[in-house]
Design a protein around this ligand. Structure first.
Ligand code: TNX
Length: 531
């Protein structure tokens, strides 16, 4: 009862605040063509059936109603309201109620299409309202990302816009192709602040990315607080660290934990990476005992790779590694702990095997599932370990053998999915060792058949890594990620049958004004007819 009175109160106030508003503001009798189509969504939905007679118009009286009894559904409703309120200026109250209102957006759990699984949703747009149904809050959240894109781009404005807010009518049934849809951010080469990481998370969530891999340690810096080795951050992450000495900083445990919560609220799981046995100069220049000769090398701020290695035959190495894995695992609720393992050119193959034979079990000991760059496939890791492919060719015998043994893999081919590769020779930021990567290059490949002998059934998903040797600011990050990140997101989410460059480039063009409203920097690729 109390709930209802409160609601009615809010809605009455809303009406009074809008001079000239009438409930029948619809242009009765005229054919109304919404500027959005039901299929104008990135990543492309599995199934979309438009119904031109069923457009819904958001109004000052619209109620957001969420599954009674579910705090998680309520939170998704609040998040949706927070997105829609600034531009519409409507109150959009959120209520966990069974009652429907004449204009309602309903976020409901259960009774959805059986195909949608854990992360999918069904979205129905009718004249009286929008209904999103899912089996989990993650599915509801995904559905609200679609709804956001179905509204005109001005919905992204941070202050009220004088216009109507029409959602095209019809029905969508949507669910992901792959379970793992990731992005990676390198905090080691240049540290990026928690606020910058959060801003990136906000963008990732809109494209249904569900994992954020943080590359926390490398030769140039150590970016995560470890209590048992405190100088890792005070020295290894301190002033003068980072490429050219210009990217100091680190995450305290509290900041890391806060980031995990922020990501989780957006249905994104953090995957921490501690790179080893190579890419370890920041640790080895901080703690002399981690070197075979007991002498700390100088800190490095250049972008060479492959010169550092932990000392494989010293017991202190494994004390160090276990301390780090334990502390990181304790702070990380997600299932994965990434141990790097790439470019260990200063470690012999025999030593690499010895090292991994000791370290992989430690990851399991602390309850985590190991992920690593594709080099870990060489050591015949347990079937639940996840190698991440970063090669530039379509063959990798070790990876194919791992797949045959039952390992699931993550696909990040450097010449397709690396967001730090330049778009073309004129790109001011980024590297080019894997070649220039235009939007179409990032889009036109199939994670399910990219590497010989690694079929879709062996693919856990895709990830778009962003290495930050050349990236300092959030603008730099955004400029490299957009518009390629949505291409990788679509490869991870959308059914293979919907893969279509012409369709993608048109849907991508419509994202441009949204990025402008949100002040997200992006590359205006000549391959896309930007609005
Ligand atoms: C290769 S990819 C690396 C990184 C660099 C990146 C730059 C991989 C596993 N290692 O150390 O930052 O290239 O594109």
């Amino acid at each position: 009862m109390r709930q209802r009175r409160t609601l009615a109160g809010v809605l009455t106030v809303a009406a009074l605040c809008l001079p000239g508003f009438t409930a029948t503001a619809d242009d009765a009798g005229t054919t109304h063509v919404p500027e959005r189509q039901l299929t104008d969504v990135v990543p492309a939905p599995v199934e979309a059936k438009p119904d031109p007679r069923a457009d819904f118009r958001l109004s000052p009286f619209t109620l957001i109603r969420t599954q009674p009894g579910s705090a998680e559904a309520k939170r998704v409703g609040e998040q949706l309201a927070a997105v829609l309120r600034p531009a519409t200026g409507y109150p959009l109250p959120v209520a966990a109620t069974k009652r429907s209102w004449p204009s309602t957006i309903s976020l409901l759990l259960g009774k959805a299409d059986p195909r949608i699984g854990d992360e999918g949703y069904r979205l129905d747009v009718a004249r009286r309202g929008v209904t999103i149904r899912a089996n989990t809050a993650a599915g509801l959240f995904a559905g609200t990302q679609t709804l956001r894109q179905l509204l005109p781009a001005e919905i992204e404005a941070d202050r009220p816009q004088r216009r109507t807010w029409t959602v095209p009518g019809g029905k969508i049934v949507d669910y992901p192709r792959f379970a793992y849809r990731g992005a990676m951010l390198d905090l080691a080469r240049h540290f990026h602040t928690p606020d910058e990481v959060k801003a990136y998370i906000d963008e990732l969530a809109q494209y249904k990315i569900n994992h954020l891999h943080l590359h926390l340690t490398d030769d140039q810096g150590w970016r995560i607080q470890i209590d048992s080795w405190p100088e890792l951050t005070t020295t290894g992450g301190g002033p003068g660290t980072g490429v050219d000495g210009e990217g100091p900083g680190y995450l305290t445990k509290a900041e890391y934990t806060d980031l995990i919560g922020y990501a989780a609220a957006r249905h994104i799981t953090i995957v921490p990476e501690i790179d080893m046995p190579g890419h370890t100069n920041a640790a080895q220049s901080t703690y002399a005992e981690l070197n075979c000769d007991g002498v700390a090398p100088p800190p490095r701020t250049d972008i060479e790779v492959g010169y550092s290695s932990l000392c494989i035959d010293k017991e202190i190495t494994y004390t160090f590694v276990e301390d780090v894995i334990r502390e990181v695992a304790e702070m990380t609720p997600g299932p994965y702990l990434h141990i790097g393992g790439d470019e260990a050119h200063a470690t012999t193959e025999e030593d690499y095997q010895k090292f991994m034979d000791r370290v992989l079990p430690m990851v399991y000991k602390y309850g985590k599932r190991p992920a690593g760059w594709n080099e870990i496939a060489k050591v015949d890791p347990p079937a639940s370990a996840v190698p991440q492919f970063w090669g530039t060719t379509n063959t990798n015998a070790d990876l194919a053998e791992a797949a045959a043994r039952g390992n699931q893999v993550i696909m990040s081919p450097a010449n397709k999915a690396y967001l730090d590769m330049k778009y073309d020779q004129n790109t001011p930021l980024g590297l080019s060792w894997a070649g220039y990567t235009e939007v179409r290059d990032a889009y036109d490949w199939d994670p399910g058949s990219h590497v010989e002998g690694v079929g879709a059934e062996s693919v856990l998903g895709v990830e778009a890594p962003l290495w930050s040797e050349t990236l300092r600011t959030l603008d730099d990050i955004e400029y490299m990620a957009f518009p390629r990140l949505p291409a990788i997101a679509e490869l991870g989410w959308s059914a293979r049958a919907s893969h279509d460059w012409e369709s993608f480039r048109e849907r991508l063009a419509e994202q441009g004004p949204r990025w402008e409203w949100r002040d997200v920097d992006f590359y205006r690729s000549p391959q896309v007819d930007w609005r």
